[in-house]
Ligand binder design. Structure first.
Ligand code: ADP
Length: 505
């Protein structure tokens, strides 16, 4: 395995020599604090690898509590004085728009970094993740300066005048997962800045590189120093320090349920506001009266997009018994034809899982599925010995109490469950600890609307899957978390209300 990217991965990319350091590795290793690119105070770094081959692509600063403290102080200063304080809503909107324009100008480079970081197909980074992230900055550019309070008629006394102000919170801590590194950062950064907050953001340790490049572009776009600070490092050190820091007003977290619970406990010490976007085990319900061909095709995208590493993955596919055979023929036939390939090849549609650890976790679930009696229809194994590729896997004859139907796998494993009527479908769908997303395929309006009303999940798709939209609130019920991202709902979690009461006597 080559130690430098000059002979390895980077050779496949468009020549961008300015992205490499003297060792031939990607130069994104320093953290962004107070507008400066700095090493960790400890001097420590950790290796970041390309999941498609396991090669080292960068040495990233291992930030810890001391670096978080510097970053939070910089964000506090930026919030209370400096250029940012003088910016009005229109200025902030222009700033967000400038960031989006620069991302667009550098879209190919950002998409390549995203794929090098995460192992997802280049076409997904380029055609889905980046365009949606850019659109997210533009969406919130439009909201900047448009949060309003109310004038409210007083109740206790007549001779008074009262109104409310919507104010930013201050310093927001944002903790990002590795599955959609840039997009998850955009979902959190854009509304926070639009509302006038400052930020300390921590990418996942597996995928720091693309956010660091985005940080450079943000500075180039005119972001005043200290408004967005990026601290790289591990969850237990940098992440935990951010959650515990008394100068942070709010934590926005996307990640596992386990860490979400930990964060909530630790945030209690300083009474921080918390929003949590956690896991899912989303049901995708297909009735016999639907377009089965289309439902099967979209169900595959619903579970295999991003190698199944999505909190919204449609990992439980519920099929009505009368349509089972017809549906499975299309589903399994198409799944068997889906090949994994080199993530950097523009033709590849299924790339690598993010890490060896994640691959082993997923393969462990495949073994559990077999042991508990589910029938393997396709896939179920690793491909090759380099990189972390797993074949698209479909299990049939799954019952909802099996481990593969209850636990979030976060990999390319679909569990097919059969049901007999609408009532049973809804019961199975709701029989889960999670409640993030759901879908129903039917041409019967009554069935669709009854399901939409009955399902306990933050999103319901009808005759489609995985359609997120920057204008629509997104978040979970039950163990999938609370608080909403995107849409105007995100403005609520990045502002607080102040009441002003004026006595007119
Ligand atoms: P996964 O298990 O899929 O890697 P995690 O929930 O562990 O997801 O990670 C999501 C994000 O949370 C990452 O940025 C990670 O560094 C961070 N993280 C992990 N543990 C902690 C912790 N104890 N406190 C704060 N952040 C953490």
């Amino acid at each position: 395995m080559s130690e430098t990217l000059a002979n390895g991965m980077i050779a496949q990319l468009k020549p961008q020599k300015n992205q490499l350091d003297e060792r031939g590795l990607l130069r994104y290793g320093k953290m962004l604090i107070d507008g400066e690119w700095v090493d960790a105070l400890s001097g420590k770094t950790f290796e970041s690898r390309y999941p498609g081959s396991g090669e080292v692509i960068a040495h990233v600063a291992a930030g810890d509590a001391a670096d978080v403290d510097r970053a939070v102080k910089a964000a506090q200063r930026a919030f209370t004085d400096g250029d940012y304080r003088k910016m009005n809503g229109a200025d902030r909107g222009r700033l967000l728009w400038n960031i989006a324009d620069l991302m667009e100008r550098h879209i190919e480079e950002l998409a390549e970094l995203e794929t090098l970081d995460n192992g997802k197909p280049l076409v997904e980074s380029l055609k889905v993740d980046l365009p949606q992230s850019i659109a997210c900055f533009r969406y919130y550019a439009g909201w900047a300066g448009k949060t309003t309070g109310e004038t409210i008629e007083t109740n206790a006394r007549a001779n008074a005048f009262a109104y409310t102000l919507r104010e930013p919170l201050g310093v927001c801590g944002q903790i990002i997962p590795w599955n959609f590194p840039i997009q998850m950062a955009a979902w959190k950064l854009a509304p926070a800045i639009a509302c006038g907050n400052t930020v300390v953001i921590k990418p996942a340790e597996q995928t720091s590189v693309s956010l660091l490049r985005l940080g450079e572009l943000m500075m180039e776009a005119g972001l005043p120093k200290g408004v967005v600070n990026i601290v790289t490092g591990f969850g237990e050190t940098a992440g935990a320090a951010l959650v515990a820091h008394p100068g942070v007003e709010k934590i926005a977290f996307t990640g596992s349920v386990e860490v979400g619970k930990l964060i909530m406990r630790h945030a209690a010490g300083t009474l921080k506001k918390v929003t949590l976007e956690l896991g899912g085990k989303s049901p995708n319900i297909v009735f016999a009266d639907s377009n089965l061909e289309l439902a099967a095709k979209v169900a595959l995208m619903g579970i295999f997009f991003n190698q199944g590493q999505m909190c919204t993955a449609g990992s439980r596919i519920l099929i009505e018994s009368s349509a089972r055979e017809q549906f499975l023929e299309v589903l399994a036939g198409r799944a068997a034809k889906m090949a994994v390939g080199d993530p950097l090849d523009p033709k590849t549609r299924m790339g690598s899982l993010v890490s060896e650890e994640q691959m082993n976790r997923v393969l462990g679930y495949v073994e559990k599925g077999k042991a508990e009696g589910a029938q393997l229809l396709s896939g179920g194994g690793r491909v090759g010995t380099q990189g972390y590729f797993v074949t698209p896997t479909v299990f049939d004859n799954v019952s909802n109490d099996m481990t593969i139907a209850r636990e979030e796998i976060f990999g390319p494993v679909a569990s097919v469950i059969t049901f007999n009527d609408a009532e049973e479908a809804l019961r199975i769908a709701n029989d889960s600890a999670f409640g993030l997303a759901s879908a129903v395929w039917t041409t019967d309006l009554k069935k669709a609307l009854t399901f939409a009303r009955g399902i306990k999940a933050g999103t319901v798709w009808v005759n489609t899957y995985n359609m997120t939209d920057n204008a629509l609130p997104f978040g979970g019920y039950k163990d999938s978390g609370f608080g909403r991202e995107l849409g105007s709902a995100a403005l609520d979690v990045y502002t607080q209300t102040k009441t002003v009461y004026i006595d007119l006597n």
